[in-house]
Design a protein around this ligand. Structure first.
Ligand SMILES: [Zn+2]
Ligand SMILES: [Zn+2]
Length: 181
């Protein structure tokens, strides 16, 4: 489930993207895997034809245990950036790690996913752009530390900023209360 904070727009050279409807402060939780997000087991996914697998992956991502998640809503249109303003906390939700100004594009670091054989030339423009995108685990050296440095203050701020998904997080994400105060 995604917080109702973004609009879907065409973006030059990148297809579609999600843009902030208003200023979104650091610490805002914007997405979590809810009961409406579809999850296919690794086993079921492997049984699909290569063509169906490819089509499914276009709107989905792979998590650590090999399951394939198709998120509800527009989240799949969030583009990758190596300097993303939203990151995976590893706690069942995604959080804004840099303030997103009204009209600014929301971006996510896809390197947290476990999609095998997926790569593209990254043109995100971040100073430390990976150049060629791939999902590698363990993560490239220093990346985990870089994310943790951004995630720590964002998680501390979570209890002080408005949380549009608060009720749903408390209901569906075990342990979310720790961050929501
Ligand atoms: Zn959902
Ligand atoms: Zn990049």
């Amino acid at each position: 489930m995604q917080a109702d904070l973004f609009i879907l727009k065409k973006t030059p050279g990148k297809g579609k993207g999600l843009f902030a409807k208003r200023d979104i402060p650091r610490g805002t939780i914007v997405f979590f895997e809810c009961p409406k997000c579809r999850v296919m087991s690794k086993k079921a996914f492997r049984r699909l034809t290569p063509r169906r697998r490819e089509r499914l992956l276009f709107h989905s991502y792979t998590i650590k245990d090999g399951s394939v998640v198709t998120p509800c809503g527009d989240s799949v249109y969030m583009n990758h950036s190596c300097g993303a303003n939203i990151l995976d906390t590893g706690k069942g939700f995604d959080i804004v790690v840099r303030k997103i100004g009204k009209g600014e594009e929301a971006t996510y670091d896809y390197r947290t996913f476990y999609d095998e054989d997926w790569g593209f030339t990254c043109k995100c423009g971040a100073p430390d752009c990976c150049g060629t995108f791939a999902c590698r685990h363990p993560l490239p050296r220093g990346l985990r530390a870089k994310w943790d440095k951004l995630l720590r203050p964002a998680l501390r701020l979570a209890r002080r900023v408005p949380q549009p998904l608060r009720e749903q997080l408390l209901k569906h994400v075990p342990g979310a209360w720790r961050y929501l105060g």
